[in-house]
Design a protein around this ligand. Sequence first.
Ligand SMILES: O=P(O)(O)OC[C@H]1O[C@H](OP(=O)(O)OP(=O)(O)O)[C@H](O)[C@@H]1O
Ligand code: HPA
Ligand SMILES: [Mg+2]
Length: 187
Amino acid sequence: MDEKDLGDDLAKVLIPEADLQAKVRELAGQIDADYAGRDLLLVGVLKGAVMIMADLARELHTPASMDWMAVSSYGSGTKSSGVVRILKDLDTDILDRDVLIVEDIVDSGLTLSWLVSNLRSRGPASLEICALLRKPEAVQADLDVKYIGFDIPNEFVIGYGLDYAERYRNLPFVGTLAPHVYGGDGA
Ligand SMILES: O=P(O)(O)OC[C@H]1O[C@H](OP(=O)(O)OP(=O)(O)O)[C@H](O)[C@@H]1O
Ligand code: HPA
Ligand SMILES: [Mg+2]
């Protein structure tokens, strides 16, 4: 899917595909340097992290296992409901494992704050976060994101895994939508 397929639904491209790919390679380089010789477990947060997880995992030279959790706090809107639910738990016992959470976006930071305390209680040897995008609001959450791709403005974004009402995840870039897509009021 590309820009043309969106017609007038697309407001603008915020991060082009080439910039995303370059950043993912850069993040993989940092992670390789930090995890050399360790047995890394990547935990992707479904569904938004599917693209970054798939690209990051292939850029890594460090041997890594992959597991997935599905949590949801957004439903079909553009605002966090504030309630995080586990839709699918890990298949892996993370006791004494080096765990790296892979996320598409830290927005309010609510999802990751909740996830970090949930996973920490399972006794991993280490627990870090890699997130492709971060919004300014997330700074208010007490979250230590070790690997961060881009800080972006406080706008609702779509593409490269990120959805609006389950659509637009399969765009290779990150962009914003025209107001008419949201039905006018932006929510
Ligand atoms: O920092 P926060 O305000 O908590 O927002 C970030 C989370 O929200 C989105 O997931 P969502 O719950 O929409 O599920 P999805 O990944 O399936 O789209 C996104 O993928 C993050 O997981
Ligand atoms: O800006 C966003 N876009 C899509 N999904 C999201 N989940 C939290 N923030 C966002
Ligand atoms: Mg979503």
